[in-house]
Design a protein around this ligand. Structure first.
Ligand code: NAP
Length: 436
């Protein structure tokens, strides 16, 4: 008899978990990958920047996993609405939660909720064509914008804002979003780090790309570029970042249409505006025993939009344990409780690159298989019957392929790249109805 496992979430963690189950199990396995959206691949599809084509090509690897014998994709199934923990426990020998980290962390400063103060997660979802984010959600009508945070997500957001629409034309950005980017009034982008260049979270490859932008000059203030300690004491990666930043501080702008001001030792203290964002108030910082403290020196930037890129966080799943302190599901090597497991960002927090989820998923699967080894199957019900009884019809893998085909056809019609994302859930659902 096969081991039957349900995976909740079809992002990289979910699909790597499916792969690890097929590879590690001694006997036959049947894996159902449940997904809220009609489309698989989670963050690879809706988080990786559209111009990062080599990272996006991971989707090709994930696709081969979903096509493995014994693995099944069930889209359009929302955990907590269409199926519950009890349903899955009744239908499968084990459940693995892999829903990632879908929402933004808060900064906790006044003005954070003013219109024009935007979570980077929303902005990323917008340019990636996430069905939850309408294509007309953003108008880039401010000449100056601020991006808070100096991690890789901030770098992605800055790069998309700095590039011309023409540069993004061959990507899969929805056509409606591309038009908005073409109409962008943005001239100056401020990227704000609350600590020094040696503390920034971005990685060297991603940072260097900013220096290669054809449409924007990158500026760093010479007084914000030095490091506090010895360069030799820094890791190779950090030293590389600092060297790039110091080289930018030494060069003069070439007069490109846009400017990126990368700032350090400044923290946001208030977003100002009457009914919408009109300015961002910053305070200079220093470290006191490793803690960021303000020096009482302030500066106000005349920005009309603030993009908060200060990290992602997971959201609790109905009926599943969750720690508000760590914003993760408490687990031991992936085990949450009997027959329930977790993998990916929901397990360890939003850190690491996509590939990190592969070893993370493998650990969870090792725990699961060791726990279940020699145990009798416990399932009594069949998910297809449960869903049919509730009138819920999942989006099948074949139907997802018809959405993909419609995206490729749209790209051909528009004379753009390999694919263009369909904007909105309705467009996706009508593509799969047309293919029926
Ligand atoms: P991140 O790497 O944790 O960076 C968050 C940034 O926000 C840090 O600079 C942090 O500064 C700052 N921050 C946090 N709270 C703040 C506050 N209250 N005020 C001001 N600044 C604040 O998170 P991320 O950029 O969202 O990236 C998440 C993960 O995805 C990372 O592992 C990243 O490498 C990965 N990712 C990778 C790629 C790629 O490989 N190309 C692309 C995108 C994302 P402190 O350090 O001072 O806290």
């Amino acid at each position: 008899m096969s081991l039957r496992v349900a995976i909740v979430g079809s992002g990289p963690a979910g699909v790597y978990t499916a792969e690890a189950l097929v590879k590690q199990a001694a006997g036959p396995v049947e894996v159902d990958v449940l997904e809220r959206l009609p489309t698989p691949y989670g963050l690879v599809r809706y988080g990786v920047a559209p111009d990062h084509t080599s990272i996006k090509s991971i989707a090709g690897y994930l696709r081969r996993v979903l096509e493995l014998p014994g693995v099944r994709f069930l889209g359009g199934i929302e955990f907590g609405r269409d199926v519950t923990v009890d349903d899955l426990r009744a239908c499968y020998d084990a459940v693995v939660y892999c829903t990632g980290a879908m929402v933004d962390r808060r900064m906790g400063i006044p003005g954070e909720d003013l219109p024009g103060s935007v979570a980077a997660t929303d902005f990323v979802n917008w340019y990636c064509g996430h069905p939850d984010m309408p294509a007309d959600r953003f108008v880039l009508d401010s000449p100056e914008v601020a991006v808070i945070g100096v991690g890789n997500v901030a770098v992605d957001v800055v790069r998309v804002l700095a590039k011309t629409a023409e540069e993004l034309r061959s990507t899969d950005v929805p056509e409606e979003v591309l038009s908005r980017l073409a109409e962008s009034q943005v001239k100056v982008i401020h990227m704000i780090g609350r600590r020094g260049p040696e503390h920034a979270k971005f990685t060297l490859k991603e940072l260097r790309e900013l220096g290669e932008l054809a449409n924007a000059d990158v500026c760093v203030r010479p007084d914000e570029a030095p490091v506090s300690g010895e360069m030799a004491a820094l890791s190779r990666q950090v030293r590389g970042n600092v060297e790039v930043i110091q080289a930018w501080a030494a060069r003069s702008p070439a007069g490109r249409p846009r400017r990126l001001d990368v700032r350090f030792w400044m923290r946001p203290v208030e977003i100002l505006g009457d009914g919408r964002v009109e300015a961002l108030r910053l305070e200079r910082t220093r470290l006191d025993d490793g803690r960021v403290v303000g020096t009482g020196e302030f500066e106000t930037l005349p920005v009309g939009m603030v993009l908060r890129s200060v990290g992602y966080r997971s959201v609790p799943l109905p009926g599943v344990p969750f720690s508000e302190a760590t914003m993760t599901v408490p687990n031991e090597a992936g085990r949450v409780r009997d027959r329930e497991y977790v993998a990916g960002w929901l397990k360890r927090g939003p850190t690491g690159v996509i590939g990190t989820n592969k070893s993370d998923a493998a650990e969870t699967v090792r725990t699961l298989l060791a726990d279940l080894s020699g145990r009798d199957p416990v399932r009594h019900a069949d998910l297809d019957a449960v869903l049919a009884e509730r009138g819920v019809s999942p989006v099948t893998y074949r139907q997802w392929l018809s959405i993909e085909a419609a995206e490729a056809a749209l790209a051909r019609t528009l004379g753009r790249g390999e694919r263009v994302k369909l904007a909105g859930l309705a467009a996706m659902l009508s593509a799969l109805e047309r293919a029926e």
